[in-house]
Ligand binder design. Structure first.
Ligand code: PLP
Length: 347
């Protein structure tokens, strides 16, 4: 797959952009409680946030039924993906990943001289666990699984994934990136933290950037065995990288069911509108378990995104399976309407 790393488009997103649907952010967040907590935290933000970071770790550990020693916080999950990339690239280790999948960890690892083994998705655009398992050999240092998968929005069957991870993690560590897990129907029944609890050599990454709407606030964590947390800590400054207001906002947001349900409802309504728009124009899409949708386009991807951007709508494109695709993040209804207006003209 070709990932179009159009950082300039993301960074240069003009303020007059009507619909920012290119980075899988959540425009319904952060919650009112989170914003209030940050304002109240400001006067004391001359203090280091030790106490609050310990509280957040404990809150997560209590909710998941694990020990606080099994949680490593950082400023979003990206620094923890980097920590894993650095560690598992050592000695030219080989990392198995899907294609296309979220390529941040593999691409960073490649820069540290890791060998990256990319395994194409199945015909229904899911990670091909069987094929990935066959690729595990003596050089493999890590298997990276993004579930739900970015950019396809597909989620794996939990029982199959668990069985795969139980077998694979006896040979090599498995890294499960659950950035979008909060959007699936039953996050608690889908998370692989369950297998970490049972002692498996599995690293689960989570972020506040998606459902909690914290992409600009930067809070994320991994859950793993205590010795793996110690290992990854070599490459991470941990919670020390997160600002006190962000940690305090995370403390009031974590598992705030009212906010979460409200946001999920709004996301579902916008997604339904998008599906209807695509159907009306004669387009198919990959059914999504996340806050973004991938659909095949009928023109060159670059031309499509450029034309959309001219109309104030920011989306991204991919090329895989001999096809150009658009990935559109789910935004507010006014943003989905702006997309629909522009799309009607272009489609
Ligand atoms: N993992 C996946 C699958 C993502 O899509 C993203 C961001 O888009 C991240 C991790 C990194 O997010 P953050 O560093 O904001 O936690």
């Amino acid at each position: 797959a070709t990932r179009i790393t159009d950082e300039t488009a993301t960074l240069a997103a003009p303020p007059e952009m009507k619909a920012r649907l290119l980075a899988n952010e959540n425009p319904f967040g952060p919650s009112e409680k989170a914003k209030k907590a940050m304002q109240e935290a400001l006067p004391n933000s001359y203090q280091y946030p030790f106490m609050y970071s310990q509280q957040l770790k404990q809150k997560i550990a209590t909710h998941e039924g694990i020990d606080a020693k099994q949680v490593l916080l950082d400023a979003g999950s990206s620094p923890l993906l980097l920590a894993a990339a650095m560690h598992f690239a050592k000695n030219g280790g080989s990392i198995i990943t899907g294609d296309p999948s979220y390529d941040d960890l593999p691409e960073k690892a490649r820069k540290f001289k890791a060998n990256i083994v990319e395994v194409p998705l199945t015909a229904d655009y899911k990670l091909d666990l069987e094929a990935m398992e066959k690729k595990i050999d003596g050089n493999t240092s890590l298997v990276y699984i993004c579930n739900p998968n970015n950019p396809t929005g597909t989620v794996l069957d939990t029982a199959k994934l668990k069985a795969f991870c139980e077998r694979a993690s006896k040979k090599v560590p498995v890294f499960i990136d659950e950035a979008y897990i909060d959007y699936v129907d039953d996050p608690q029944g889908t998370t692989l933290i369950d297998l970490v609890k049972k002692g498996n050599n599995i690293i689960v990454a989570r972020t506040f950037s998606k459902l909690y709407g914290f992409a600009g606030l930067r809070v994320g964590y991994v859950v793993a065995q205590p010795d793996m947390i110690d290992t990854l800590s070599i490459y991470s400054s941990g919670a020390f990288s997160i600002s006190a207001p962000s940690i305090q906002a995370a403390l009031v947001s974590y598992q705030d069911k009212e906010y979460m349900n409200n946001t999920l409802q709004k996301t579902a309504a916008s997604k339904k509108f998008l599906y209807e728009t695509l159907k009306k124009e004669g387009y198919e899409y990959i059914p999504s378990s996340t806050n973004f949708v991938m659909f095949p386009i009928k023109m060159d991807g670059k031309r499509f995104t450029d034309e959309m951007m001219k109309r104030g709508v920011g989306v991204r494109f991919w090329k895989f399976a001999d096809q150009d695709w658009c990935r559109i993040s789910i935004g507010r209804m006014d943003e989905m309407q702006a997309f629909a207006d522009a799309f009607k003209v272009l489609a």
